[in-house]
Design a protein around this ligand. Structure first.
Ligand code: COA
Length: 415
């Protein structure tokens, strides 16, 4: 079966996490992704967090599947010539260098357009234009400046960053959408364009509901579904909401059987209004369906803590999976807190290709997360990440270089 992006060639100048997640996704959709790295070094993540000496780390392998790797010293005059040819033969250049690095290499937007006016240049940067545009940024910095950290955690504790890599992988996703949109627009304009996804913007986009709450707070001075209500106080800014749901249906994380020894023996429980009567029946508090203090969603808001404490008395008598099975029978929304170990071993995720086992010539078999986006006409087959420079000769030959020319470039250190 064909692949959605099989005629798209990507010059992949990305490193670390944000950019590589974007190009990996495009590779999974069928694009030919040629990753440019420095000879002898490569993407810094190849050697970061290594679990096997001399083998590419899981950090690298899990972000660079289905790509080809070519080594070029893009600061070497002859390396620059190779890069120019690649720019001429590719559709998209994706990069997440520190601000200005591409310009310093001599590849400004104007120069790239001169070489290939159809080229789409896609960049991840920490910040968009403004006072911080020259700053380097990593994941947790993005979470802090995008509004995630100030709104995550508990009211009596410091700001907290989340394990979900919303700054890196989240921005990579935003960039991928920008790239396919630019490719679509190019069909009618014939022109390339610059696509920018700033990590601060990407995180803020994912924290949209918190800007909603900021404005609600400013208008009304209170947010009744937050744990600060009714006994705490609200300040000027959206507070940390603990495990409150953040939506119109109150929720909280509750202990399940075994919580004393298992750090993940918990369930997320949503007191969804349409199934309130069923919730009352399950936990044995039928009288709450008619009690005016509990019968309506608005009446329940000041009592959420008591309600969740009562539900927890019930969940503590069940394992998280037993509780899930019973609650699902009554259409009560809930979800067990799954550990990474449980997720890695979950057969249904293996079946759908969401968790995939990959074989690597140096490190052997390992697990990875497959393509989370499933296209019925463009299925994803996850193939291993390339070794450093594994495809240099192959790509150079495609550009028309002879074996002698390739040997020369290698001798002078250009590739
Ligand atoms: N040949 C020659 N030089 C190369 C090269 C190649 N193939 N590939 C990279 N380089 C050079 C760059 O030109 C740059 O040189 P310069 O500083 O002289 O201009 C240098 O390598 C380092 O690149 P840089 O991006 O600055 O790496 P860094 O390790 O200093 O910073 C980040 C890393 C992630 C902080 C930075 O790239 C960044 O802020 N990126 C944008 C935001 C982002 O994506 N952050 C999340 C990363 S997960």
């Amino acid at each position: 079966m064909g692949k959605a992006l099989e005629d798209v060639r990507i010059l992949d100048f990305t490193h670390v996490q944000s950019g590589p997640t974007c190009t990996q996704l495009l590779a999974w959709f069928g694009a030919d992704v040629i990753k440019v790295e420095r000879a002898g070094a490569g993407d810094i993540t190849r050697e970061q967090l290594r679990d096997i000496p001399e083998a590419d780390s899981l950090y690298f392998t899990m972000l660079n599947h289905n790509k080809r790797s070519i080594t070029i010293d893009t600061k070497h005059p002859e390396g620059k010539l190779v890069l120019e040819e690649l720019i001429q033969s590719c559709d998209v250049l994706v990069e997440n260098f520190a601000p200005g690095a591409l310009d310093r290499m001599g590849f400004t937007w104007e120069r790239i357009q001169e070489l290939n006016p159809r080229m789409i240049v896609a960049s991840v940067k920490g910040f968009g234009p403004g006072p911080y545009e020259d700053c380097k940024v990593y994941e947790n910095v993005a979470q802090c400046v995008g509004g995630a950290a100030s709104t995550t955690g508990f009211d009596d504790g410091p700001p907290v960053v989340t394990g979900a890599q919303i700054g890196d992988s989240g921005t990579g996703l935003h960039l991928a959408l920008g790239i396919v949109t630019a490719l679509y627009q190019r069909k009618s304009t014939g022109r390339g364009q610059h696509v920018l996804a700033a990590m601060q913007d990407g995180v803020l986009n994912l924290c949209r509901v918190k800007l909603r709450d900021q404005q609600r707070l400013e208008r009304t001075g209170v947010m009744k579904e937050y744990p600060q209500h009714p006994n705490g106080t609200f300040g000027e800014a959206v507070p940390r909401a603990g495990n409150a749901s953040g939506g119109g249906q109150p929720g909280w994380i509750l202990k399940c059987k075994g919580w004393e020894t298992d750090p993940n023996a918990y369930i997320y429980f949503i007191a969804q209004a349409p199934v309130w009567a069923k919730i009352c029946n399950v936990i044995g508090r039928e009288e709450w369906t008619t009690d005016p203090d509990y019968a309506t969603p608005a009446a329940r808001l000041p009592h959420l803590k008591d309600i969740f404490a009562e539900v927890e008395r019930w969940t503590m008598t069940k394992t998280k999976f037993e509780a899930m099975a019973i609650l699902n029978k009554y259409d009560i929304p809930c979800g067990p807190i799954l550990s990474m170990k449980e997720i890695a071993e979950e057969p249904s995720l293996r079946k759908t290709g969401t968790i995939v086992e990959v074989d690597h010539p140096v490190r052997g078999k390992y697990l990875t997360v497959g393509n989370p986006i499933k296209l019925s006409d463009s299925p994803t087959e996850v193939t291993r990440s390339p070794l450093l420079g594994e495809h240099t000769d192959e790509v150079m030959a495609e550009l028309g270089y002879t074996a002698d020319q390739i040997a020369h470039l290698r001798t002078v250190g250009a590739i």
